[in-house]
Structure formats: C-alpha cells, structure tokens
Write a protein that binds this ligand. Sequence first.
Ligand code: ARG
Length: 403
Amino acid sequence: MKGSKSSTDQTVVLAYSGGLDTSVCVKWLAERGWRVIAFMADVGQGDNFAPLVKRAKGAGAVDVIVKDLKEEFVKDYVWPALKAHAIYEGEYLLATALSRPIIAKHLVDVAHKTGARAVGHGCTGKGNDQVRFEVTARIFDPSLRILAPVREWEFRSREDEIEYAKEHKIPVDVTKKSPYSIDQNLWGTSIEAGVMEDPWTEPPADTYRSIVPPEKAPDKAQYVTIDFERGVPVKVDGKAYASVALIQKVHAIGAVHGIGRTDMIESRVVGIKSREVYEAPAGAILFAAHAELERLVLDRKLLQVKAELANTYADLVYSGLWFTPLKRALDAFIESTQRRMTGSVRLKLFKGKVLVVGRKSPNGLYKEKLATYSAKDQFNQSHSEGFIKLYGLSYEGSGAKAR
Ligand code: ARG
C-alpha cells in the first residue's frame, strides 16, 4: 500500500465507531503507511464522542471529524422508510441498514473535502454492512479506493485484537466489553452474537439494551396519541416535536412498556442466515400508527399496491441499494400517496404490545352513515344484489369444470 504517493494519495477516511474493531483498524492502517482520518457520524447512537475522539487519536488518527447527522438521518432516511412501511422479512425495521447509506455518503464527502483518495470501514466480510458501505461509496465515487482491514487482517478473535491494542497502547476500554455485537442509532438497536448464536437459546436478560423486558413493564396500560401531517409524525399527545425529539419522545414512552423487540432468523445478502435481535420501540409505535392512518385514508387498491411495493422497498434498504433509481422512483410514488395522510391515531401500550384504539382524519374515507348497523344507515342494500351478479358473472358455473 506504500509507495511514492503524495500525502493525500496516502490518506484514508475511515468510518470510525470508537469500538475495538475500528480502533484497531486505525492503527493497523497507520502501520501500513496510511494517514488515517477518522470519521464519526452521529446518528443518535448515544455515544459521548469526546473520549472516542481521544481514542482515535491515541490509535494514530491524524484527524477526527464528527458530524451530527441525526436530523438528516430522520428526515431523509427514517421518515421515507416509515412512509414506505419498509420492514424486512416481516420483522426488521432496518435501523442499522438505514444508517449505512447516510454514513457512506458523508464518508465520501469527507474524502472529497480532504482530498483523500481512499475510504475505509471496519465491517467483517460476512455481513450486510460492508455491502451497504461499498455499494454506496461507489455510487458516489467509483474512483475511490476502498479499504476493509477486518476482511484481510491476521487477527482471528477479539482476544487477538485486544492483545494488539495493548501492545500498541491503543486506549480501548476492554472492561466495558459486551459479549454481543451491538449497533445502535436513533431508530433502533441491533443485537447479535454471543449465546444467541444458538438459535434455540432464548436471549438472556442482558440483551435488553434500550427497553425493559415486557414482563417487567408496568401493570397499567398507557395511551399515546400520534398526529401525522402528510405522512410524517409531528405531535405526541398533542404536543409538537421536531423530528429527532419526536423519535426520542416516542422511544422513551415505548421503552418503559417493553415495546418493539423482535428475535428472528434473517437472510443476509451474502447468503447466510443469522440470528438477530432488534429493539425499535419508537419504530413499532410509529409504524402501527402510520399503517392504521393509511387504512383510514387510502382506498383499497392503493393500499394493496403500496403493500406490494413495501417489500421491494425494504429489500432495497436491506441490500444497500438506497441511492438507486428504483428506490427514487418508489419514493416518488410513496410521496404521492402521503399527501392526504394527515390525522391522529390513538394507541394503547401494555407489556410489549401496541394496540390501536382510535383514529381520525379530515381526509378519512370512513363514513359512519354507510358503515352503521343502526337506524341511521344510508347504505342502499338493494344495490348489492345486482352488483354481486355482475361481479361474479364471468365465473358462473365454472366450479363444476374445475373439479
Ligand atoms: N443484521 C442487521 C443488518 O444487516 C444488523 C447488523 C448489525 N451490525 C452490528 N454490528 N451488530 O442490518
């Protein structure tokens, strides 16, 4: 990797989390002649950045750049995914997957601003994150070199890495080590590995990272009302919040009631199945509310087509294809469905469950005078007879032949 290059040619911008892997990456790259600029994206992982900046420098980074991306993350990534109902394999709200394209985009930005000709990440060769980072980086600049030390270095275990960190006086805090691999942001937490690698083993209590276990939740239910404007949540219990604060507020409410946890086997892009545990309390509540408001406001055919596209959308997010023409085209469709999506949904939270208990909208298609079974009924039932005859006309008598 060395040679007679100019200094920017030898500069790499590394996506740095502050954990053991990326800290060792800094040193490992520095030892191979790279000037390492550590890039930290704040996507609401709740870290205290000051000690992590120190750690990166201690590991040999020539510079550390921290960017607060929380608001951009919510507005440009989380809200579109919410509007699209992007849920992977029926369970995963895609918190980690949504954070990768924004981090990769800014990684490339930093490379351009600093003149660096390479970007790097600390992902293993077995996961989806490497795919998301690299595909996104190449979408923005295919001329950048991509370095993935963890895929090629000599360390076989965490212990090897800790040994190397000690040898090189990298200030990592190994006492705080968790037996799990955890990725966290504003939208949710991904927890994997450790004893959970046996898919039959129930995740232990210490895998609860951001919510209480449902059995420890209060015995009393809590009600919460979410107001939407054009598909975007804007108020909680009648009080307006900006995007980031709104998610934090809903997260806090849901966490107390043990909302939003899933334990699933998942199909990775690279062909393996993995066992994953996710927590996304705000996501679980906002998805339930948004989906119910759609059922009130959107017509039957639109709901059906939108639901079909939700799967495609989730798959694009999961697979690292965020910045692609299909994803942009789907966003345009979804955006056009959200114009009338203004209204309120009332939910009841109780021991890990979210129940919708009320909904209203100035654009609702529900008409009590048509739906009622009381004397107020204005639905003309005599029209139904002819409707049904024509509706089933082309199938009449065909049952006998099919048998
Ligand atoms: N399997 C999930 C995904 O691909 C979560 C990955 C979490 N990463 C981690 N370092 N724990 O989106």
